[in-house]
Design a protein around this ligand. Structure first.
Ligand code: ADP
Ligand code: MG
Length: 573
């Protein structure tokens, strides 16, 4: 008996479909790209249950005539290229003729269309790859595509679809890039019958950003502009004060397509290096236009990577262009607000052991008040009394202990404490919550909004009560008592960052607790009062598991007297 057999056409097409279409977000991307390719000026996207039940995209583009409508669900059916040479000059978003065939293979889909100036509109349906007869109907100029019950016939894939908010957060990521790269198109988006956004055609990217992210952010945009050789760099960057905790607000479009390029990302972050602490990232909207001869045309449309002929020159130009914009904004700008890591890393210690930080933009005092003068004995340096403890650089605590000294990272230690406290309390029930007298309103991007809703159950167990408000806003009604002094916005940013892409299970809860502990812990750069200092160490003594913070970094380094003696070359003669 032979073991090798040829797969049936049905199986082959379902496997192939899986490569193009993974989830609702990929369907939305393909359909909207088709509408853009069709020259639409208005595109409506409607979803039901995160697109799992229904995805509908309606446009006013050139439409599809009845003859062509018979072909759209066939594999390799495209109007965008005819021969291999055409690939060199392709300027449409699609060209492989695979998307509709793939979508039709794994859903119940229907296209109704009327070509511009066409005499008659028509409609065709496909169920799991089987096409219906063409039906002539009356329908407005343009195209309407409906995709129902995605993966209804591929249970293995259907099973992997996530909860509605998670799918919505993926869809929002896709749509965000499309609306930013095509401000001239009027986009509307609704979910379960509720409008999520309505973005009228905008004359410029700045106007689109203003409507999408709010005027407050748009006001701060710094334009960039540079044209050299075959490359034009334009768009906007935000001053370092608008940093994010991840690179998700860094949009880079090459000839109107979103791209990902590690070299470009490095160039962007490098431009802000002296202005932002590690772990904080700038917000940028970069538009690159390049002579097609200077990039290797990538024949894989879903691939976001490109290959520049002269990458070093491209990166240098982008870096320069951003630096120039930032210089114009405020020459010689120094780190904003707390400037935490800079204080710790490069302090200027004056004689009174006061630490001068970078000039904070918030108007907070630039000079941290002197610490208590350490006792000095015979010029031998710092000698703390046994058990007395000393805080250095507002970040470390030095403690005299039996046989040596401990150097404690105040943030790491407090973080470890909070982590264990929160975990233990949650295991015994819910965390005590504190209702906010002034509920906090957070305006989020659509992606973050849906992601946060997905976390809501877990967050409520932790005492963080959220309520939807308007389109992409959330009201925080209460916070865990344990975190009563925390900056809520920073806490939520941290939560979103730490939990993105994680499955919604117990591990997720752990990530949330980690983020809470991290945001709730005293920062380095915070000067502890003597009472705070002794309270911290006392609580530490009650718990022996605090040697490492939840991220696995040590909270305490111990130096034995022997080691110190050895280092000072005082080993016994
Ligand atoms: P591709 O975009 O790679 O050509 P698709 O499978 O996405 O392949 O679409 C197949 C063809 O169907 C397109 O080449 C185009 O001619 C036609 N088409 C699809 N969507 C639309 C639309 N919204 N408006 C006009 N034509 C469309
Ligand atoms: Mg396409």
């Amino acid at each position: 008996m032979s073991r090798i057999q040829l797969l049936s056409q049905d199986v082959v097409s379902k496997i192939a479909a899986g490569e193009v279409i993974e989830r609702p977000a990929s369907v939305v991307k393909e359909l909207v790209e088709n509408s853009i390719d069709a020259g639409a000026t208005r595109i409506e996207v409607e979803l039901v249950e995160g697109g799992k039940k229904l995805i509908r995209v309606v446009d006013d583009g050139i439409g599809i005539g009845p003859d062509d409508l018979e072909k759209v669900f066939l594999k390799h059916a495209t109007s965008k290229i005819a021969a291999l040479e055409d690939l060199e000059a392709v300027n449409t978003m699609g060209f492989r003729g695979e998307a509709l065939a793939s979508i039709g293979a794994v859903s119940i889909a229907r296209i109704a269309s009327c070509a511009r100036d066409g005499l008659q509109g028509a409609e065709i349906e496909v169920r799991g790859g089987k096409r219906s007869r063409l039906k002539y109907i009356g329908t407005p100029e343009g195209t309407r595509v409906e995709v129902k019950e995605l993966f209804y016939n591929v249970p293995a894939r259907r099973k992997f679809l996530k909860a509605t908010p998670a799918e919505m957060s993926g869809v929002s990521d896709v749509l965000t890039k499309l609306v930013l790269s095509h401000p001239e198109v009027h986009f509307t988006f609704s979910h379960n019958g509720r409008e999520v956004f309505n973005l009228p055609s905008a004359p410029s990217l700045r106007d689109r950003i203003a409507v999408y992210y709010g005027g407050e952010l748009a006001q701060e945009l710094l334009p960039i502009n540079s044209r050299e050789y075959g490359l034009e760099v334009s768009g906007y960057v935000l001053p370092p004060t608008h940093y994010r905790l991840n690179t998700r607000m860094q949009f880079i479009f090459l000839n109107n397509r979103p791209i990902r390029d590690p070299g470009l990302t490095r160039a962007v972050n490098e431009a802000y290096r002296t202005l932002l602490q590690p772990g904080r990232y700038p917000v940028v909207f970069l538009l690159l236009r390049i002579d097609p001869a200077a990039v290797d045309v990538n024949v894989h449309p879903a691939k976001l990577e490109v290959r520049f002929r002269e990458p070093a020159r491209v990166y240098a130009q982008v870096l320069q262009a951003i630096r120039r914009a930032l210089d114009r904004f405020q020459p010689g700008l120094v780190p904003p607000s707390d400037g935490v890591s800079q204080i710790a890393a490069t302090p200027t210690v004056s004689s009174g052991s006061s630490v001068t930080a970078g000039v904070p933009s918030t108007g907070a005092p630039g000079v941290i008040p002197s610490m208590p003068q350490p006792a000095r004995a015979g010029g031998k340096g710092v000698t703390a009394k046994r058990g007395q403890v000393v805080q250095l650089h507002s970040a470390y605590i030095v403690e005299e202990v039996q046989g040596g000294i401990n150097i404690i990272d105040q943030h790491a230690l407090h973080e470890a404490m909070l982590y264990h406290e929160i975990r233990e309390t949650v295991q015994g029930g819910a965390l005590p919550a504190q209702r906010l007298l002034m509920p906090e309103l957070l305006e989020l991007s659509p992606a973050d909004f849906y992601h946060l809703l997905e976390l809501r159950d877990a967050l409520e167990r932790l005492g963080l009560e959220l309520e939807e408000f308007g389109r992409n806003s959330i009201i925080v009604r209460s916070i865990p008592q344990i975190l009563k002094d925390v900056d809520i916005k920073e806490l939520i940013d941290g939560l979103l960052e730490d939990t993105r892409g994680q499955p919604a299970d117990e591990r997720m809860l752990n990530h949330i607790i980690e983020a809470m502990a991290c945001k709730g812990a005293i920062k380095s750069g915070h000067r502890l009062s003597p009472q705070e200092l002794s309270a911290l160490l006392e609580r530490r003594n009650e718990n022996s598991r605090l040697t490492y913070c939840p991220h696995g970094r040590p909270t305490t380094l111990f130096f034995s007297l022997e080691e110190l003696d050895r280092r000072f070359k005082k080993t016994a003669k």
